[in-house]
Structures are given as C-alpha cells and as structure tokens.
Design a protein around this ligand. Structure first.
Ligand code: NAD
Length: 255
C-alpha cells in the first residue's frame, strides 16, 4: 500500500460536490490539499475548512493550470496526487427541432471535461516525474480522473458530455502506460448518480425516482463514498490503468 500523508495533492473542481468531498477525505488522510476551482468564494471557504490551500484555476486553460500547480507546489511541496473532478454538463441532442447540435457547446464541454483533465494530468505528471520516488516500488504519484457512466451508457441529450467522458475513459490506459516507468499510476472513476449540488436542486420526488433506478443500494450516491474510492485508489499500488464504475449497478436507460 502507498501512504501519501504529508505530501501535496490537487483536487480540481474541489469547491463543490464530488471534488469537495474528495478534498476533505484526502485532507483527513493527511495530504496537503490544494483546491483548484473557478468558484473562488466556495473554493477558498472549503480550502479553509479542510486546512488546505486554494488556487483560482480554469482547467481548460493550460496557462492557468500551470500557475495553479506552481502555487500548489509553493504552498505544499511536490505534487504527488492529482484528482480531476472539475466538469460541466451541457445537454443537447444531435439534431433538435431540425437544427444540428451547436458545435460551440460541443467544443466547450470537450474543452472543460476532456482537455481540462488532460491539461491537469499532463502538467501534474511532468512535476511528479521531476520528483524523487517515495518507496521501494519507485512510486512518484497517482492521478485519478472522473468520467461518468455516460461514457458507456450515454443518454438522449448527452452527446457532448458522453464524448468528453468517453475520452477521459479512453485516456486512462495509455496515460498509465506512458507513466508506468516513472512510477505514476492512473485510474478513472465512472460515477453513477451522486447527490451533489447538481442533483440537489431537483425536486425531492425526482431525486427519489432517480435513486430508485439504482439496483442496490436504491438511492443516490453520497459524495463521501466517492472520496473514499479516491482515497483507496491513492493507497492501493496494484490499481492502475483501470476505469472503475461506482454506480450501485445502474445501467442508464436511453432517457
Ligand atoms: P459540481 O458542479 O458540484 O462541481 C463541479 C465543480 O467544478 C464546481 O465547483 C465548478 O465550479 C468546477 N468547475 C467547472 N468548470 C471548471 C473549470 N473550467 N475550471 C475549474 N473548475 C471548474 O459537480 P459534481 O456533481 O461534483 O461533479 C464532479 C465531476 O463528477 C464532474 O466531472 C461530473 O461530470 C462528474 N460526475 C458527476 C456525477 C453526479 O452524479 N454528481 C455523475 C457522473 C459524473
């Protein structure tokens, strides 16, 4: 098992939802967490709560990511763990009322979800490669990405979102292979339905009906269950190059 207590970590999208729960869990495990988020107010407040640092970063902008990593390393030393949670939705069908899917919307979702994960992972990996190994296996770091079950069971209206999450899923193995001889592991979690601010805004009966679609347990996931999965991945040295569905067994219907 690997223990990253005392080392630096970055959680993107760490101001809210799955990212916020992950940042809290890693801080509990003794990591020195920097929260990356567009939302400075929520991000700073959460960083203060968990005893971490905050950097206002737009993951879709490589220069912003570079500045954020520099700030994280200035605060906490070498980055050993990166968790990509920043992401956006963007519902639209391939053709709607006779009009083709807006290419600008498609590009925006790809830019934030897929390019954002790529920007953070590739730049963090470059920093991990530059640092010394920490154990006898030669471990230098861990990268955890967030896809979605939409990578496999994209629903009606999820064209851009599913494409972005499918890209993250497909990146996982080649990235793990690229970085294997540097002692850096890469895994991706594909969450099902979790109760984050996104779903929290829906009326209770809609939340209940979504939860009832989950085979077992028949409820929405708790973001803490997501944070616990990330925490385990950081510790278990044999988890590498894998995409893990965390979904209570759900397979999404077309709509
Ligand atoms: P959320 O909206 O609660 O949190 C996302 C965070 O990302 C926000 O704080 C937002 O400010 C930040 N963000 C958005 N764009 C950014 C950018 N360009 N740069 C930096 N930060 C940015 O959402 P969530 O439900 O916690 O989702 C987190 C991730 O999990 C997303 O990638 C989402 O696609 C994925 N996911 C969520 C669920 C779910 O059920 N909640 C299911 C499957 C996948």
């Amino acid at each position: 098992m690997q223990d990253w207590a005392g080392h630096g970590a970055i959680v993107t999208g760490g101001a809210s939802g799955l990212g916020a729960a992950t940042a809290a869990r890693l801080a509990q495990s003794g990591l020195k967490v920097t929260v990356f988020d567009l939302n400075a107010e929520l991000g700073q407040a959460h960083a203060d709560r968990i005893g971490g640092a905050f950097a206002a970063v737009d993951v879709s902008d490589p220069a912003s990511v570079a500045a954020g990593i520099e700030a994280a390393e200035a605060a906490h030393g070498p980055i050993r763990v990166l968790v990509n949670c920043a992401g956006i939705g963007g519902a639209a069908k391939t053709v709607s009322r006779g009009a083709a899917h807006d290419p600008a919307l498609f590009e925006r979702v790809i830019r934030v979800n897929l390019m954002g994960s790529f920007n953070c992972a590739s730049q963090a990996a470059a920093r991990m490669v530059a640092a010394d190994p920490v154990d006898k296996d030669g471990a230098r770091g861990v990268i955890v990405n967030t896809a979605s079950v939409a990578a496999f069971d994209g629903q009606i209206g999820q064209l851009a979102y599913a494409a972005s999450k499918g890209g993250i899923t497909a990146m996982t193995l080649p990235m793990a292979r690229d970085l294997a001889d540097k002692g850096i592991r890469v895994c991706t979690i594909a969450p099902g339905l979790f109760l984050t601010p996104l779903l929290d805004e829906l009326p209770q009966e809609v939340q209940d009906s979504l939860g009832a679609q989950v085979p077992f347990p028949s409820r929405l996931g708790d973001p803490e269950e997501y944070g616990a999965m990330v925490d385990h991945i950081t510790r278990n040295a044999m988890l590498n190059g894998e995409v893990i569905r965390l979904d209570g067994g759900i397979r999404m219907a077309p709509r």
